[in-house]
Design a protein around this ligand. Structure first.
Ligand code: FAD
Length: 533
């Protein structure tokens, strides 16, 4: 199917879905909904399910589209044949941000899955669509070690309770699991085995991670029964086989099944403000396939507003609302305490043969360097996009690569600012601050140790792009420790904006979702939410 034909048929389907989505709550004359959730990623999906189960009528606004898995194996773009489905409103692919401008290809501007937000000092990747970051993520589900969690999170958030209640609650819905031995033993996953051997050789402690992957579907890929996706090194444009257990396959349909939740794709929240009678008002716009606003934006009101547009989306809405006087009570911590989880894109080479461009979507072990004299760091392997693997070999880099996310404990000194001239909120990351250079030195120290002890070589270290934005409306400062925005009753933050820059050497989605579970439990137990107007 050509790109344009795909766009056409997907557009018809989306139009039908949007109409279907408007049938119930929107039939009400006043445009009032008891609860609105902005965003359908980890925080939004948890909020939707728990509000629905509590019987609260809830509308989920999602700027992106739905991505149902198609039987012809052509839901998503692939690394080899990118098109508009891969990116949120871009005209070209994003390899220049990875230092590989030679690989950039033109694409149709479309409401695709991966958003690239270019801040001042850092570029951020984030998901767009029903399921948010889970559509594009490497599906690594890992929690931090106790000591780091206790160092980084407010003491009111008890690690034992997170470990006993909230992390397992998330796992039971997503059904993540470590890679089974029979799959790890295949040629496709050689790079994971090599990575593990490297960590052991260098003396770093390792532990397996869960993947939000349906391993039976991966077995079907291996058997030739499903389109090769995970095994073919695909990841952040989505997996066409359906092997990724993204939130549109678990939390979100379960929320809809309660009968109290409607998801409205291709609808963006433009602004939030106080409404009459203690309500909140949300200005929303319907988007075309190309991301243009269709018709006139409308104003919905609600009693309970849950912000889950991701760290950057949520913080931008709040910072703009404070600056324009729409929510003047927001405190000075809003828009502060941000960092990107110390997430640095790293490529290593001169390894034993790896087969790195197969066996996605994520790595299967984390190794943590707690002996690092500067700060602890970790490394998690992620799959190498096949076209990048080929290009590196062609450019003469040492053969046999592995691709990693290096994670550290960054200073949460990023911030957001509203520009009244453009009516936009920008992200600022102070790259030359000595606290930033020190945390980068910690990551480089771990890599140097690894190279020295194993004879391998770090060939690319790129802190200018990250996929783990965290902070902007953090727990205990802009919000209380259950996500209630201070001085704004009925307004809640339940996503990565709550976390002060780091989840403690762990990829963040599991902790975001577990914290959202904790927030929703406390809110539903204590805030007496009802459907009445
Ligand atoms: C390529 C990539 C790989 C990753 N791999 C991993 C991994 O393996 N493991 C891991 O733990 N983490 C990974 N992450 C990070 C993870 O995806 C995020 O930490 C997580 O998704 C953040 O959850 P959230 O709830 O804060 O927001 P998100 O999941 O980002 O959800 C926010 C949602 O809000 C929507 N939205 C934004 N603004 C608006 C608006 N104004 N109106 C309506 N909707 C809006 C967005 O479209 C999106 O769907 C990865 C990220 C990327 C980009």
């Amino acid at each position: 199917m050509s790109r344009r034909r795909f766009v056409k048929s997907a557009s018809l389907a989306a139009g039908a879905a949007a109409l279907a989505g408007s049938s119930r709550l929107f039939a009400k004359p006043s445009d009032f909904v008891p609860a609105i959730v902005v965003g359908s990623g980890f925080g939004g999906a948890v909020a939707a399910l728990r509000l629905g189960q509590a019987g609260i009528d809830t509308l989920v606004l999602e700027r992106g589209r739905r991505w149902p898995i198609r039987s012809d194996g052509n839901t998503f773009a692939t690394f080899e044949q990118p098109d508009g489905r891969g990116y949120w409103l871009r005209e070209s692919t994003g390899e220049a941000l990875l230092g590989l401008p030679q690989l950039v290809k033109p694409i149709d501007r479309y409401t695709g899955v991966l958003d690239v937000i270019e801040g001042n000092g850092i570029a951020i990747g984030a998901g767009a669509g029903v399921g948010g970051g889970s559509l594009v993520y490497n599906a690594i589900i890992v929690k931090p070690q106790r000591a780091l969690f206790e160092r980084l999170f407010p003491s009111a958030i008890d690690f034992d309770e997170m470990e006993d209640v909230y992390y397992p609650r998330v796992r039971s819905v997503i059904q993540s699991a470590p890679i089974p031995d029979d799959i790890l033993a295949t040629e496709y996953y050689r790079s994971s085995r090599v990575s593990l051997e490297q960590a052991v050789m260098a003396g770093f402690p390792t532990r397996p991670v869960d993947l939000a992957v349906d391993w039976d579907i991966v077995r079907e890929e291996i058997a030739g029964l499903k389109v090769p996706s995970a095994i073919a090194g695909q990841s952040f444009y989505g997996l066409n086989s359906g092997a990724k257990r993204s939130l549109d396959h678990n939390y979100l349909p379960q929320a809809e099944a309660t009968g109290h939740v409607e998801i409205l794709p291709l609808h963006t929240a433009i602004a939030i403000e106080h409404g009459n009678g203690g309500r909140y008002a949300v200005t929303i716009a319907s988007l075309s396939d190309e991301g243009e606003i269709v018709g006139v934006p409308r104003r919905l009101t609600c009693k309970y507003l849950f912000l889950a547009a991701g760290s950057i989306g949520t913080t931008s809405l709040l910072v703009r609302a404070r600056a324009t006087g729409a929510l003047p009570a927001l405190n000075d911590h809003v828009g502060q305490h941000w960092a990107a989880n110390g997430d640095i894109a790293v490529i290593r080479g001169a390894l034993p043969p790896t087969n790195a461009a197969t066996g996605g979507p994520g790595g299967h072990f984390i190794f943590e360097d707690f002996e690092n004299p500067i700060e602890p760091t970790s490394l998690v392997e992620i799959v190498m996009p096949p076209h990048i693997n080929s290009a590196l070999a062609a450019f003469g880099a040492p053969p046999s690569f592995c691709n990693y996310a290096s994670l550290g404990i960054p200073p949460a000194i990023g911030s957001f600012a509203y520009d009244p001239n453009t009516d936009r909120v920008g992200l600022n990351w102070p790259t030359i601050d000595p606290r930033v250079t020190s945390f980068l030195a910690a990551a480089q120290h771990t890599l140097a140790t690894l190279d020295q002890r194993t004879g391998s070589a770090t060939i690319s270290f790129n802190p200018a792009v990250s996929a783990h934005p965290l902070g902007g409306a953090v727990l205990g400062r802009a919000c209380d420790t259950a996500g209630r925005v201070k001085r704004c009753p009925g307004l809640y933050v339940v996503d990565g904006a709550l976390i002060e820059g780091s989840t403690g050497l762990a990829n963040p989605s599991f902790t975001i979702a577990a914290l959202a579970e904790r927030c929703l439990e406390q809110i539903l137990a204590n805030d007496h939410l009802t459907n009445g107007s």
